[in-house]
Every structure is written in C-alpha cells, then in structure tokens.
Write a protein that binds this ligand. Sequence first.
Ligand code: PMV
Length: 312
Amino acid sequence: MISVASAPAKVILFGEHFIVYGGKAILCAIDKRITVESELVDSATIKIESDLGTVTISKNESIKNVDSKFRPVFFIAQKILQQSNLGIRISIKSEIPSGVGLGSSSACCVAAARSISGLFKKTSKEEILKLALEAEKTVFENASGADTTSCTYGGIMEYTKNGTKNIDVIPNFYLVIANSKIIHSTSDVVLRVKQFKETHAEEFSLLCINEASLIEEAINSLNRNDLKKLGEKMLVNQTYLHKIGVSNESLDAMIDSAKSVSYGAKITGAGDGGCIVALVDDSNLRATLDALSKYECFSTKIDSIGVKEITP
Ligand code: PMV
C-alpha cells in the first residue's frame, strides 16, 4: 500500500519578529506544496529520498545520530513504525524553495505525518499538527508552531503565541513571491532584533504598539477585501521591519521594484535574505512579475485546504 499526502507552504503577511514579543501575526498558506509518498517495505529500515539526498537508516537508530536534514521525517516514521515489524520507503517532492522563510520544513513535517500515519489509520488534523510539531522540534527546539499550524489547516489566520484564529475571507488577491536566494538564519536575525530591543527599548516598544494597531487595521482591510488599503499597510509594516534592522539593500531593491506596480510589498519571514511578498490582483499581476523578473519569482494564491491526502 502507498500513502500520499501534501501540505502547502506559508507566508507571513504581517507581524514577523513582533510576534516574538507577544504580538499577533497574519499567516497565509499558499498553493505551493510539498508531497510525501510512503510505502511499507519488508526490511527494518527507514529510507528517505528527497532533493536533499537519499538515506537508508536502521529503524532502531538513535534519533541523535540522524543527519538533521532527515531527522524530523525519520522521527515521524520511527514513532509510527513502533506498531509494526516492517520498514518504510519515503519519497519527498517539493515545489517550495527551502531555507527562505516559506515554511518548507514545516510543510514537509505535516505532509510526512499525514502520509506515514495514513499507512495505518485515519488521523485528524489536530493529531497531524501535534506529531509534525514534535518532529520539527527535533531540529528547531524553539519552533513556535506557527508554520506547522498554517501548513496543516491552510487559509489565512491570526496567530499569537496563545493560539490561532481563522480569518474567514474569500481572498480576491494573489501574492507574488520573489526569492533573494540569500539563505538566512532565523535564529541569528531574531537574536539581532533582541539586541536592537535592548539598545533601543523605547523605540522598540513604540514599534510594537504601532505594529499591533497596524495588524488590526490590516485584518479590517482583509475582511473588506480592500487591497489598496491592505497594500499600504504592508508598506508601513516594511518600514517597521527596516527600523529593526532586518532588511538589507537587496531586499530594499526588490521591494522598490515591486511597490510601484503592486498594491504593496514587504519582507516575509525573518528577513536578512529570504523572500519578499507583493500583493496583487488580476490588474497588476503581470506587471509585478515583470518588475521582479530579474529575481526568481512566482505568483501564488491562498491555499484554503491545508494538508490533504492524495489518492495514488
Ligand atoms: O523566516 P521564517 O519563516 O523562519 O520567519 C520567522 C518569523 C520570526 O517572527 C522572525 C520568528 C518567529 O519565531 O516567529
């Protein structure tokens, strides 16, 4: 039997970094997916094939000896296979660029949790999320669960450290994503922002207040499908991100190219590299892709499904 599942990537539309200090973020799942296929095999091994390489590991191997690239998926397989004498072959195919803030590792954990558990039983999204987050924490101990939640449920959501709330709109927009191809380290950038907060305490606390009201206005604009206003707020959010030092010349240049034609653009994720996101509809989609054509860029729609099983 073969079990196949896929999960979407995500972008942060508002609130990165400020969420670390108790703010709210707005997350969108997007229609770029990672697909995981799994099949039970007659040997006591866990084989993982992906763009990152292929490994075959004894199913009883200690998790700490597994290369971090494969560790979360190995963790899920090992945990589920406790109930079985068999081994497993897992194949991962991704449309999501990795290491640039689009949630590829979370999407992989979510799709793997669904695919592998699907070999044995039907599992709820809540259980998938729990297992995927546990797996992600084998490599990112402090993972907040924001990405895994977005990849599991899809749609647009408000996210705080205390939980999520769906923003129930039928989106009338696309998001154009451009990749700087500069790999960033989220933990390094988060640390730098912490230092900024310590050295500029008053300015940072004012920015947190401004970001919080900006996000409430953005939710309002989203609910009214007012793209002009929503785009303006993305540009304001970008000025805050600039102030806390997570933008750089390359990202600024990308945002400049996008902002004259789209409704608005900003960094998405930790910054320092990674991707920018621009808000568009049918009227300015082509022009925005053209304006960003010297970068790797693509248009996406909101994914409203989240993780799903695929009939092989
Ligand atoms: O680039 P990403 O997707 O890893 O974004 C991280 C978002 C931060 O707010 C910077 C950190 C966090 O844990 O929320």
